[in-house]
Design a protein around this ligand. Structure first.
Ligand code: NAP
Length: 263
């Protein structure tokens, strides 16, 4: 029996000196991921659309944790958004070691009411933008030659169909597979790509879709742990996946869902 602490675990989840871009970082799950990364020692670029909100978040994290924090307001619904953001983030931090693709939208609609406009709006932000951003940042990481980690926040909606979430489920399922292609193609460069699939988290988005008791109760009843997730439970998985403690994890999809999608 050993009594001394195993030195492998001292600081295994630290991200000191790592340069990370986090999308959707001004609120909700992304804001919690940003806080977790700052507390783990990473330098950050926070992205979203609201310049003021991002600036305040960046200043607060710098004051609390002393890390370097920048903000980059870019609309990822635009086709050129990912290129613009990848360039801004690399310029701000002098390169990137980590990308957290977290920004997303949810516009609940049933199959029979779906329009091309609504479908495209979801796919643009939830699938095209993170896929292209990972491709651009991945190319930068390959050129740097120092490896890297890419984590994509998909959703349990990628793994189990949800009524009234036609484009959303399709976008998130696409992301899980796109992440595996990244893992296959960028792995030989020491770049790991993984995704997480959370169940409902009562952020602004979660509250809008699942906030009513009549909607929440049947969903909670399908989750073996009997509750929705809280933001730090997603952040913990993302920090771990980006840390050296997950150095052999590549192409994995981690369900953060209390057992909801295990089958
Ligand atoms: P949220 O509170 O609504 O935050 C969404 C974030 O995405 C915001 O920071 C928002 O930026 C950003 N965003 C949206 N559209 C954008 C655009 N066109 N360009 C740039 N940024 C944009 O949502 P959340 O619940 O934290 O969700 C975060 C991620 O987790 C999403 O990918 C979501 O699909 C996923 N997820 C959420 C849940 C849940 O129940 N909440 C469950 C599973 C997965 P602005 O500040 O500019 O609006």
């Amino acid at each position: 029996m050993t009594t001394a602490a195993d030195p492998r675990y001292a600081g295994a989840l630290r991200l000191d000196g790592k340069r990370a871009l986090i999308t959707g970082a001004g609120k909700g799950i992304g804001a919690d991921i940003a806080r977790a990364f700052a507390s783990a020692g990473a330098d950050l670029v926070l992205s979203g659309r609201d310049e003021g909100e991002l600036g305040r978040a960046a200043a607060a994290l710098h004051d609390e944790f002393g890390v370097d924090v920048h903000s980059a307001a870019v609309d990822l619904a635009r086709a050129d958004g990912p290129d613009t953001l990848a360039g801004m983030a690399a310029d701000a931090l002098g390169g990137l070691d980590i990308l957290v693709n977290n920004a997303g939208v949810s516009y609940p609609e049933s199959v029979v009411d779906t329009t091309a406009e609504a479908f495209d709006a979801t796919i643009a932000v939830n699938l095209r933008a993170p896929a292209l951003l990972a491709a651009r940042v991945g190319a930068q990481m390959v050129a740097q030659g120092t490896g890297g980690a890419i984590v994509t926040v998909a959703s349990a909606a990628a793994l189990a169909p949800l009524p009234d979430h036609y484009a959303y489920c399709a976008s998130k399922a696409g992301l899980v597979m796109a992440t595996k292609v990244l893992a296959r193609e960028l792995g030989p460069h020491g770049i790991r790509a993984n995704s997480v699939c959370p169940t409902v988290v009562l952020t602004e988005m979660g509250q809008r879709v699942w906030g009513e008791e009549a909607k929440a109760a049947p969903m909670i009843a399908r989750i073996p742990l009997g509750r929705f997730a809280v933001p730090h439970e997603v952040s913990d998985a993302v920090v771990w996946l980006c840390s050296d403690a997950a150095s052999m994890i590549n192409g994995a999809d981690i369900a953060v869902d209390g057992g909801y999608t295990m089958g």
